[in-house]
Each structure stands twice: as structure tokens, then as C-alpha cells.
Write a protein that binds this ligand. Structure first.
Ligand SMILES: Cc1ncc(COP(=O)(O)O)c(C=O)c1O
Length: 228
């Protein structure tokens, strides 16, 4: 490997980690590796500790970034190396919500469904990992609560955003907010079932800006060709 210059060690141990201990353990091992390489005459420039810090979706109590840094710094500092970290979810997860409109409320003796116009195509985390996202009515009317599955209009049994939730009975046209959708949400969306993706809107105080236009049907076929 005479033409390869080793400049750092990098790790990413996982995601949605809600305590500091696994990070401390990982960084200890990285530092051990840095020291071993140093003994071999390989002097590094950086140590990259990855991302993975969790957020609160439901009742988790992840460490604050300051607490995380406080736990890691004593292990990292003695190396004197540049520290790189790669936070994703902890930066943006709770900065985004998915707004969706109620299409239909279907109540049966066995189960209730709130059918909304967002789907697994817009937020696949519940279907993919059984992930929990809080769902709240945008306006409260003081209606009686029902227990319902909140589902999309796509023809898949996995098309749900939440299951068995107690929520004030909404009416058709009401808006629901699917919380904590800022990470692994829009970026994992798809056009499955010919569904144009929604607009993305930045909000700051009482100001807002559409930062990505809602897709049109034309967008779905753009780039397609027929005829050979
Ligand atoms: C190499 C690497 N770095 C950073 C991240 C971001 O992780 P998180 O959103 O959990 O902070 C990921 C996510 O999978 C990753 O694979």
C-alpha cells in the first residue's frame, strides 16, 4: 500500500441511539486503533465518529448534544486529532412534519381507519421498520377520541402511518400532522402508484417558502420515451 496515505479512522455504529455509552465504547476502540497504528508509524489526521444520536419520537430520552460531547471529549481529546462527526437525524428529524389531509373516516365494529392523502410513498418508516411517528390534529375541536389506524390510499397492506392510535375523531378535509418526519422522510419517498410527491415548505416564525414544488403528473413521465 505504498501509494495509499492513511489519513483517518471512521466509524458509524448505528442510528437512533439514545444513550451515550455505545458511543463512548466505540470511540474508545477507535482511539485504541489510532494508538496501534501510531506504534506502526502510521500517524493519522482525523478520527470520524459517525452519526447516530437519537431523537424523541415518542417517549425516548436521548442525550442532548452537549451531554454527548461531554462524554466523548475526554476520550477524544488526548489523541490531538481532528474530530469529524456526521449527525443526521438529530439535526433534522424533529425539524420536519408531514402534513396530511383526512380523506375518509371508516368506523367498523372491529376497527377504525382514518384514511389520509399521505401514504407509505411519502413516509415509509412505519411500513419499513414499524417506526413510531406521533400524529396530531392540526386543529382541535374537542371531539370524542377514537382508536384508529391512520392509513394511506395506496393499495398495499403496509400502507399505514400509525396503528391503534387514540385521536380526536377527525372530519374529512381536516389536517393531521405526522411529527418527527424531518429525517428519512421525503428522501426515502417514492412515486409508487403514480403518486406525485408533495411540496416541501420551509417555515421560519410566521414566514414560509416553498423550497421544492409539489410534483405534477408531467413530472412522473418526464424522461420517458416510447417508440423503437
Ligand atoms: C456513515 C453514516 N454516517 C452518518 C449517518 C447519519 O446517521 P444518523 O441520522 O443516525 O445521525 C448514517 C446513516 O445511516 C451513515 O450511514
Amino acid at each position: 500500500l505504498s501509494n495509499v496515505k492513511v489519513v483517518g479512522v471512521d466509524a458509524h455504529i448505528g442510528s437512533q441511539i439514545t444513550s451515550v455509552e455505545p458511543f463512548v465504547e466505540s470511540v474508545r476502540r477507535l482511539v485504541e486503533l489510532v494508538e496501534k497504528l501510531g506504534d506502526e508509524g502510521i500517524i493519522l489526521e482525523h478520527i470520524d465518529i459517525g452519526g447516530g444520536l437519537g431523537i424523541r419520537y415518542r417517549d425516548e430520552t436521548p442525550p442532548e448534544p452537549a451531554e454527548w460531547v461531554k462524554a466523548l471529549l475526554p476520550v477524544l481529546e488526548p489523541t490531538g486529532l481532528k474530530v469529524i462527526f456526521e449527525p443526521g437525524r438529530s439535526l433534522v428529524g424533529n425539524a420536519g412534519i408531514l402534513l396530511t389531509k383526512v380523506l375518509y373516516v371508516k368506523e367498523t365494529p372491529h376497527k377504525n381507519f382514518i384514511v389520509v392523502d399521505a401514504a407509505m410513498t411519502d413516509l415509509i418508516r412505519p411500513a419499513l421498520y414499524g417506526a413510531y411517528h406521533e400524529v396530531l390534529p392540526v386543529e382541535r375541536r374537542g371531539e370524542e377520541e377514537i382508536v384508529a389506524d391512520i392509513v394511506g390510499p395506496v393499495c398495499e397492506s403496509g400502507d399505514f402511518l400509525a396503528k391503534g392510535r387514540s385521536i380526536e375523531r377527525p372530519r374529512r378535509g381536516d389536517l393531521l400532522a405526522v411529527m418527527s418526519a424531518g429525517a428519512y422522510g421525503f428522501v426515502m419517498s417514492s412515486n409508487y402508484n403514480a403518486r406525485p410527491r408533495p411540496a416541501e415548505v420551509f417555515v421560519k416564525g410566521d414566514r414560509f417558502q416553498v423550497v421544492r414544488e409539489r410534483e405534477s403528473y408531467g413530472d412522473l413521465v418526464r424522461g420517458e420515451r416510447l417508440g423503437i
